[in-house]
Write a protein that binds this ligand. Structure first.
Ligand SMILES: [Zn+2]
Ligand SMILES: [Zn+2]
Length: 127
């Protein structure tokens, strides 16, 4: 699977929680993360945010760049949704496989605010 932003091959990265651990695909270049369906809600209770370095969210222009789903055949266009409480966080999701792409810094931003569940619900509603 390649990064929807820079086409670099994604590498597996493990995110650990006290009870569980999930594998996500991370881009070694832009440090965006691809979550397959339901993976994002699984890490809702993550207690080890240090695994994800504190990174700056990309500029608005970068975030609004069109991207294609790295996971589906024929690479459908990812849809964008803005978090209702923070317009800085723009989430890309695939309406077909329900995967979610978070740019660098976005995971950290929503973890801090405990928004992961909210976003998972939001995407479910939109999809
Ligand atoms: Zn990338
Ligand atoms: Zn997809």
């Amino acid at each position: 699977m390649n990064c929807p932003r820079c086409q670099t091959k994604l590498v597996l990265n493990r995110i650990n929680d006290i009870n569980s651990s999930i594998e996500v695909d991370e881009c070694p270049d832009c440090h965006g993360i691809w979550f397959d369906k339901d993976e994002l809600s699984q890490i809702e209770t993550i207690i080890e945010p240090t695994l994800i370095e504190i990174r700056k969210i990309p500029s608005k222009k970068d975030q609004y760049e069109k991207m294609n789903c790295p996971s589906c055949n024929n690479s459908p266009r990812l849809e964008k949704t803005v978090h209702p409480r923070d317009k800085k966080v723009i989430i890309d999701y695939c309406p077909y496989c329900k995967g979610i792409w978070l740019d660098k810094g976005e995971l950290e931003a929503i973890q801090k605010e405990n928004w992961i569940l909210t976003i998972a619900k939001l995407v479910k509603r939109l999809a």
